[in-house]
Ligand binder design. Structure first.
Ligand SMILES: Nc1ncnc2c1ncn2[C@@H]1O[C@H](COP(=O)(O)OP(=O)(O)OP(=O)(O)O)[C@@H](O)[C@H]1O
Ligand SMILES: [Mg+2]
Length: 295
């Protein structure tokens, strides 16, 4: 059983974009309500343009909703002052498909960057200690003095994960975290993400078009189409529920039947990993309610 006490709560959130040449704004996210429990590994899938990235960016208010409420860790982000929002965001890490590292900064400086912004008075020795801690989590301690150009794609993404971890987030938002990586490197990045979920209790919200990623990493998956969540399902060990939801979504046209998506589906359903209760009950500034183990 998963403890459903929501760490993230979206209540009727909507987001429209004005598009040049269109009189009516485009509805990217349409009245979405969603609860994600502390410690969950939650996936968002759907075809291109379905609104997945916009929904993810609404969680840390990188996109401001036109309507609805966004709560993380019991705080209503939509009502916070700019300063309080900055503090709340330090509890929400984010990683991107293209890693978004500072190219002319070392690995150490990349990971230290959010810390120096969030806690400008932190001593250099404390920053170094935290950076090394985060690099150890992703297995890259020996690369602290390297520059991004000297790293492989998988190593770059692991640096990005270390950077996101630096401020001890309770939540990690991942937008297509492995889409730029080959399958072997994908596995190492997924292992790191699963590890920080299990060991540190970090809640993962993962947007992906790779169904194998959703199946490997996530215990619950929402399917989006036209800005709405059309399915929200808890995965079982066989993965059958994901298969069924995907067939339904394909019938609705919610998922593009692209060869890459079909190719990402292994013939054998892979078991969803067992969720261990996190050893650390409090990560960053956000409380993590006790949760129990399921599957
Ligand atoms: N800043 C913006 N201005 C205008 N339209 C936008 C903006 N951001 C997103 N959109 C539009 O909103 C819709 C949803 O975009 P979003 O990036 O959330 O889709 P997605 O599901 O992540 O797609 P993909 O799988 O291709 O990344 C798209 O039609 C997109 O063109
Ligand atoms: Mg996207």
């Amino acid at each position: 059983m998963i403890d459903r006490t929501p760490l993230i709560r979206l209540a009727s959130v909507s987001k429209r974009f004005t598009v040049p040449g269109r009189r009516v704004p485009f509805q990217a996210v349409d009245d979405v309500s969603l609860d994600i429990g502390a410690g969950e590994r939650f996936g968002i899938i759907g075809s291109s343009g379905a609104g997945k990235s916009t929904l993810l960016r609404l969680i840390n208010l990188l996109e401001k909703p036109d309507a609805g409420r966004v709560q993380v860790g019991g705080k209503e982000l939509t009502t916070l002052s700019r300063r309080d929002l900055r503090a709340a965001r330090s509890g929400i890490g984010m990683i991107f498909q293209q890693f978004n590292l500072l190219q002319n900064a070392t690995v150490h400086d990349n990971v230290a960057f959010p810390l120096s912004i969030q806690r400008p008075r932190l001593a250099r020795a404390d920053i170094l200690a935290r950076v090394l801690e985060c690099l150890a989590v992703v297995g890259l301690t020996e690369k602290a003095s390297s520059y991004p150009a000297q790293l492989s794609g998988g190593q770059k993404q692991r640096v990005a994960i270390a950077r996101a971890l630096a401020t001890r987030p309770a939540v990690m938002l991942c937008d297509e975290p492995t889409s730029a990586l080959d399958s072997e490197t994908t596995r190492s990045v997924l292992d790191v993400l699963a590890d920080i979920n299990r060991r540190l209790g970090v809640t993962l919200v993962v947007v992906t078009h790779e169904l194998s990623v959703a199946r490997t990493l996530c215990e619950r998956v929402a399917v989006m189409a036209d800005g709405r969540i059309v399915e929200d399902l808890v995965l079982d060990r066989s993965g059958d529920r994901l298969e069924t939801a995907i067939s339904r979504a394909n019938r609705r046209g919610a998922l593009a039947p692209a060869p890459s998506i079909e190719g990402a589906l292994p013939v054998e359903a892979r078991p969803v990993q067992r969720v261990e209760a996190p050893t650390q009950r409090r990560v960053g500034g956000l409380p993590l309610p006790q949760r129990s183990v399921h599957v």
